[in-house]
Design a protein around this ligand. Sequence first.
Ligand SMILES: C[S@@+](CC[C@H](N)C(=O)[O-])C[C@H]1O[C@@H](n2cnc3c(N)ncnc32)[C@H](O)[C@@H]1O
Length: 213
Amino acid sequence: MDSVRQKSMEYWDNWYSKKNTDNIVTDGWLDIFRPIIDECCSVILDIGCGRGNDTKYFLEKGKQIIACDQSPNAIEHIKNTFPEIYDARCFNFLDGFDFDDASFDIICADLCLHYFTLADTGFILGELNRILKSGGHIFVRVNSVKDVLHGAGQGPELERHLYQMEDGTIKRFFDIDDIKDIFSGFDILLCEEQNMDRYSKPKIVYTLHLSKK
Ligand SMILES: C[S@@+](CC[C@H](N)C(=O)[O-])C[C@H]1O[C@@H](n2cnc3c(N)ncnc32)[C@H](O)[C@@H]1O
């Protein structure tokens, strides 16, 4: 799977080399978590931050943020666009998260946990569990199996609901059983299938609120 890791890195770094920072959009999905966000006084971790759609949301609410991504171009954009940011780090989730145990009250994982085999997803979720404080929260969005416009059911199926895309990357699409299985290490406080309209084509996702068991 090393070549998949390489393809993902190339795909995203290339993506962020083309896109400018003008169209950073906060689409309001985090609004339902406002009471928790408003109460949080510690640094929030935004993983797979990309150009910073969610980082922007948190900063606008006066929060301190560490944003991280595998793409050097994404991290450079983040540093240029949000010079006030607490920290921005470039690393691959598959190398582990270089943070102490119980570091964060809130972790945001928006559209970045559906690119992995089951084994790798388990590793990443184990790391998130480790760095989350007791009583902490993870806000997640992942692809739904109904998201056909974005590739659900297309390409060779490598594992249940995990597809090889034409560009060599892999993408997982979740149904409710996948959500319950894959996130079973957490309490699932909310699981809602929703339409999102941040992209040119509508997208169907699951929004999750996880907390440490
Ligand atoms: C669809 S984008 C989401 C960006 C942002 N969270 C948002 O919603 O606007 C997925 C992001 O996950 C990052 N990502 C994917 N696999 C990763 C990995 N193995 N390690 C670190 N980041 C990764 C990509 O580089 C990309 O920025």
